[in-house]
Design a protein around this ligand. Sequence first.
Ligand SMILES: [Mg+2]
Length: 265
Amino acid sequence: MMRRFYNGHVRTRHTPTVVLLDLDDTLFDHEQSAREALRHVHDANAAFTAWPFDAFEATHAKVLEELHLDVLAGRRTVDQAREERFRRLLAEAGASAGEGVVQRTAVSYRQAYQAARRPVSGAVELLAAIKPRARIGIVSNNILEEQQGKIALCGFESYIDVLAVSEAVGAAKPDPAIFEYALRELSVPASEAVMIGDSWIADIAGALAAGIRPIWFNRSNRPAPAGTPGVSQIASLTPAAAVLDVIFDTNTPSDIEADVRCASA
Ligand SMILES: [Mg+2]
């Protein structure tokens, strides 16, 4: 247990016995896998090749986000949403594509995505480094089977003590209920856990709402929202030793250090 001065207050912090991690774009590199699949579909489809890839990718992201809401609400299955996504993109490209083309494009994207799946650099090494010191839980918003496939492919399986996937749990981040499910399965209080994730809303705000210390995985150097001081950040999963320092708090984050200096001045 450690005591820290924090914004003028003494905060009691337990050494973590549980490390919770997000999966997509924290341990599993969804962004790169999706980009590679999209590049394949773009380059292989005459309807898309005249469309500059960056603009094609941006429109794809917009359509994906719209349809993801339908999936979360149960209005479409993942497969239906994928077909609809490429139906809309083909229409946007001005192609008079029949259903056969729509379906083939969706299947081709899916196959390219499956083939491109990979862990974020350093993910396995980090899990291996955490394992002797804490139990590990995955807290992820997605379909259970999809996440199990990624975990198996990336070699994460043997490191994971609990898998909390929104479809199976019946609650999605940032709802504290999904974090509470993971903590309950591991029989630990929130004060003994940390949560590492890339999404400020889902992972950081979600963890804070559940009383769990968050660590923001900020790969692309985004600015942190105002009004939330003291959230630790990591920019990379490597080297694992540096991430362990942040998890187990062996180095004091600089903003807290500054507060300690003020307090003792
Ligand atoms: Mg994520």
